[in-house]
Design a protein. Structure first.
Length: 189
């Protein structure tokens, strides 16, 4: 997947400014795609030049003018082409996994500290995703929303982010329990 596809997907529902697209990334796309604001702005400029998004200037009083973007037919065709290709599996690259791999040769207390930090991060991130899911559903329960909700795609990707962070949290907890048990038993870690 290229950044262009994530930007096009972020613009599917409404016309957004570059600032709003970066906020959309932080709120709903960050669980599967990371991009810096300057990368998003550069991609919007490329997409506009290629005719995949159309931009228009909005004059604002007392503030700088802003530019709003929307997906064009060409942009939608690009997304449809992307969606028709086989998805490549993702590979996990995380420093904490390297640290745990080397656990037998590291200070257990320091490693448990890193795991505790990651546990807290994952717990907080999962809670944020859960709040977003509740907002998206409104008054509907999940089963009803999945059948009749306005836009199920963002909901499903948000749910994946929540589940990913819950799995990270649970893994950290399990590893900490193993390391503590080995410490208590006088193990090598």
């Amino acid at each position: 997947m290229a950044l262009r596809h994530a930007v096009l997907a972020a613009l599917l529902d409404e016309e957004l400014s570059g600032y709003q697209v970066t906020k959309a990334f932080a709120a709903g796309v960050a669980n599967f795609w990371h991009a810096l604001p300057q990368q998003v702005y550069a991609e919007l400029a490329k997409l506009e030049k290629e005719g995949m998004v159309a931009g228009r200037e909005v004059v604002q009083e007392g503030r700088p003018n802003k530019r709003l973007f929307r997906v064009t037919g060409e942009g939608l065709a690009e997304l449809e082409g992307f969606a028709s290709t086989a998805a490549k599996p993702a590979f996990l690259r995380e420093d904490l996994l390297v640290q745990v791999q080397a656990a037998d040769h590291l200070d257990t207390g320091v490693l448990i500290g890193r795991l505790t930090e990651r546990y807290a991060f994952a717990e907080a991130k999962a809670a944020l995703f859960e709040e977003q899911l509740l907002r998206m559903r409104g008054d509907l329960d999940e089963a009803e929303f999945l059948l009749r909700g306005a836009r199920v795609g963002p909901y499903l990707t948000c749910r994946r982010g929540r589940d990913f962070e819950r799995a990270n949290r649970d893994w950290c907890r399990d590893v900490m329990e193993v390391l503590r048990a080995r410490q208590t038993a006088g193990g090598e870690v």
